[in-house]
Ligand binder design. Structure first.
Ligand code: BGC
Length: 818
């Protein structure tokens, strides 16, 4: 039987169907699965990921290491290192009692506008699949599962719960399912999460065809789970092959799955299949009574963990430009070093999602790390030069609770007007989320949550204040209501909460003590959230001071980029540009300084309109909490940047794949409009990217001397592609320092128009020496999906293989016959 078949076998049998273990198929609460005494299965905790382990209670006091984001890991082109990072996350999961981590995200940033692109590895299915599998391997080596997400075509955030990705079958198979297939084939994640969106008309968690590909074609043996609140219909999802509904308490699965089987709407073997997979997950994660807990392959000390994060951060940096070898900085020639830009003192580590991680231990900012690295003999002066582009938590602005303690006072009260405080605590955040029970009140009842923050202003000040939440929110300043915010539309509850959306009002706040209160009255619901934020209006333009400083300094390091709210879950961007204040800052600094080095702290492809006017551009992504020290080491030349772009950078928005196309009236996004995407779009459209996929400089130079294919191709089942194609590339280091180069291979099938990435190899070469890189080409890169007979085939004839140093480099052409 296929995973999605609907049968009435249960009716045919006289015996009552066996419903044992049905409870396992529904979640227990926000982050746990249900236990089953009869199956000997305990609850399993599933937590976000992928940038670190998120607090189960969404509490700012639960910290964990912030890892490099997907794009940063993508830029390392280093599966071993990515697996080490996975091990660190896995180990952190073990320490926090987690059974599976909700990551990695193997969707594809079809364009730089993809709101959640920072979580994704790259625009290429092979690179994404290889690095994703390495991450999964690392995590699972610790006895913690990976819940690889989101199957599939969840590449855009607009209307993500309802939108329909219309993808032609060959594109779906060769591009969007590919990373998942590679991860399943080589790392076998213990869970796969089905996406919210529809694919070709059917919601992924109810899509029998898609789940059939996983379970029947790929022989996937793990648990297929819904995205959070992503199930709408018990029978459709159960028959399609879904095994687990999350989060709990169960509404469509659990007992309802059993009832659907008893009623004959779902075949009994489908329930057995789900229960068997969930029980297997419990076995794998050590959550089955009488079973053994898997032994982690190797526990790392805290020091080793930080060292891995540091290496991953510095290896992720991509040097896009380095005119006159301005980097590494020649510290002997610098007396005054100007550091400029908001991200130097307040770096950005993550986008706006639920998966927000609070950093563990010390976090050294780029500014502090640069100061420490250059030592006392050199003057390092700082000016932010631009205000942060998104609103800040009240606690970042010096708020105190009414009793004078730094922080805000958080209170929970009953519904209505009564002032009976049921819970109160001083907290160090001003956005709060509760899945299920609200503290002091419990679950399933209406109530009120309130944030009170006091400020003392030396002078009257203009601020923009923002308030929002899952119910009606009001904002009061010194006892007067100044704003009422209606509750959000109910469709994407996770999105609403993840976006922490607010409505804002600009106000003149008087000199002296001011009390700001945000109160939110909520109805019973599965999740509640309240947010209070503020943006201070600058009195003087911070740009002038930064430009002054830049003009006086011997060299300027500008650190600009995104803020946490710049890229968000459940919302897409409208431009690839950085915020205007950052672009304005770089342009103004470049006018007055000769040695301008720009570090971009944004985890997506961005527009760099000022790149021609500066000496160096270093792309730093969201590189994890070791950003500062790793950056200082690279600027000072203790480490060389060796990252390569995992996404192509456009010259202008209009050149982005699919620019100008969006959802139609039926909320369908037609992928045809942006395909092929990434480097294939740029190379094929003749539009040229500004910096291409695979591109990156270092502190030395390389020359590709020779490339030959050595082939003993074995034709296998076409679904498995062609094994045994190897390219040997000779590269010489023509500079005067040791360096790491990444050799890449791109293949063009007979009769096709463009080249596709099929393999890579990184090598370290000493100055003046040459070395051979042996690139084993990806077998699956040699098959094509034939939509007319729904089968894989291997195009025969002469294939061209281009060995190159990035996607737009002509490199050396070889040919092989298949
Ligand atoms: C996201 C998932 C995430 C889940 C739990 C959903 O809204 O799409 O990626 O794992 O929430 O936080």
């Amino acid at each position: 039987m296929t995973a999605g078949a609907t049968t009435r076998e249960a009716e045919a049998s006289d015996a009552a169907p066996d419903l044992t273990g049905a409870e396992l198929t529904g979640g227990l609460n926000g982050w746990s699965t249900s236990a089953s005494a009869v199956m000997g299965v305990e609850e399993m905790v599933l937590l976000d990921g992928p940038l670190g382990i998120v607090s189960k209670a969404m509490d700012e006091r639960d910290t964990s290491l912030i890892m490099p984001s997907g794009t940063a890991l993508g830029a390392t082109w280093d599966p071993e290192l990515v697996s080490d990072v996975g091990q660190v996350i896995g180990q952190q999961g073990v320490e926090r009692g987690v059974s599976a981590i909700l990551g990695p995200n193997l969707n594809m940033p079809r364009s730089p506008l993809t709101g959640r692109g920072f979580e994704m590895f790259s625009e290429d299915p092979l690179l994404t699949g290889i690095l994703g599998a390495a991450w999964v391997d690392g995590v699972q080596s610790q006895g913690v599962g990976s819940c690889t997400k989101h199957v599939v075509a969840n590449d855009t955030e607009t209307e993500r719960r309802r939108m329909n990705s219309r993808v032609e079958p060959a594109t779906l198979r060769e591009t969007y399912l590919r990373p998942f297939e590679t991860a399943v084939r080589s790392a076998n994640p213990w869970m796969l999460m089905m996406a919210y969106n529809r694919v070709n008309g059917t919601h992924c968690s109810q899509n029998a065809e898609l789940i059939g590909v996983l379970k029947d074609e790929w022989k996937y043996d793990g648990v297929v789970v819904s995205d959070w609140y992503g199930v709408d219909d018990t029978v459709a999802a159960a028959n399609a092959g879904l095994d687990l509904e999350m989060p709990g308490p169960a509404t469509h699965f659990g007992a309802r799955f059993g009832e659907a089987v008893a009623a004959g709407d779902v075949a009994q073997p489908r329930l057995s299949d789900a229960v068997e997979r969930l029980t297997r997950l419990a076995d794998r994660t050590g959550r089955r009574s009488g079973g053994t807990s898997p032994a982690p392959s190797r526990l790392r000390s805290q020091h080793e963990q930080r060292a891995i994060l540091n290496k991953a951060a510095s290896r992720s940096f991509v040097l896009l430009k380095n005119k006159d070898d301005v980097l590494p900085l020649d510290l002997s020639g610098i007396r005054t070093l100007a550091v400029v830009g908001p991200n130097a003192s307040k770096p950005c580590f993550q986008g706006g999602t639920f998966a927000t991680v609070r950093p563990e231990g010390d976090v050294v900012s780029p500014l502090e790390a640069i100061r420490a690295a250059v030592g006392p003999g050199l003057e390092v002066l700082y000016e932010p030069g631009a205000a942060p582009s998104s609103a800040l938590p009240l606690t970042d602005l010096g708020s105190t609770a009414p009793d004078g303690t730094p922080g805000v006072l958080l209170e929970v009260l009953p519904a209505g007007e009564a002032e009976d405080v049921l819970y109160s605590e001083v907290r160090q955040a001003s956005a709060f989320v509760w899945f299920g029970p609200v503290p002091g009140l419990g679950a399933g009842v209406p109530g009120r949550a309130r944030i009170t923050a006091n400020f003392t202003f030396p002078n009257a000040t203009r601020w923009t204040l923002g308030a929002g939440g899952t119910g009606v929110s009001s904002l009061r300043v010194d006892g007067t209501e100044v704003l009422e915010v209606p509750p959000p539309a109910p469709d994407d509850v996770m999105g609403v909460v993840a976006r922490a959306e607010t409505q804002e009002i600009a106000l003149e706040l008087p000199q002296g003590k001011v009390e700001v209160v945000v109160e939110m009255a909520f109805q019973p619901g599965r999740v509640q959230a309240i947010t209070a934020v503020a943006t201070p209006e600058e009195e003087t333009d911070p740009l002038a001071a930064a430009v002054d400083l830049a003009a006086r300094a011997d060299a300027v390091v500008v650190v600009i980029g995104d803020q946490q709210g710049s890229s968000r879950e459940s919302a897409d961007r409208t431009t690839a540009a950085l915020d205007t204040a950052s672009d304005r800052l770089v342009a103004a600094v470049a006018e007055v300084a000769t040695e301008t080095i720009v570090v971009v702290n944004a985890s997506r492809a961005v527009l760099l309109p000022w790149a021609d006017n500066v000496k160096a551009v270093l792309m730093a992504w969201f590189p994890g909490q070791e950003f500062g020290p790793a950056l200082a080491a690279v600027l000072a030349g203790k480490e060389a940047p060796s990252g390569r772009l995992p996404v192509s950078f456009p010259w202008r928005d209009e050149d982005i794949p699919g620019w100008g196309t969006g959802l139609d009236a039926e909320l369908t996004l037609d992928y045809a409009a942006g395909e092929p995407m990434g480097y294939r779009h740029f190379e094929g459209s003749g539009r040229k990217s500004r910096y291409s996929f695979g591109y990156g400089l270092g502190y030395t130079t390389f020359e590709l001397v020779d490339a030959v294919t050595s082939t003993s191709p074995t034709r296998q089942d076409p679904a498995d592609g062609v094994d045994g194609i190897i390219v040997r590339a000779t590269v010489s280091n023509t500079g005067d320092t040791q360096g790491r180069d990444v050799l890449q291979a791109y293949a063009k099938a007979p009769g096709e128009a463009d080249f596709r990435f099929v393999g890579f190899k990184a090598i370290d070469i000493a100055p003046g020496e040459a070395a051979e890189a042996k690139i084993a080409l990806d077998p699956l890169g040699f098959r094509r999906w034939n939509s007319s007979n729904a089968e894989w085939s291997i195009p025969s004839g002469e294939w061209e293989i281009r060995v190159a140093r990035n996607a737009s480099d002509m490199g050396i052409l070889c040919r092989i016959a298949l």
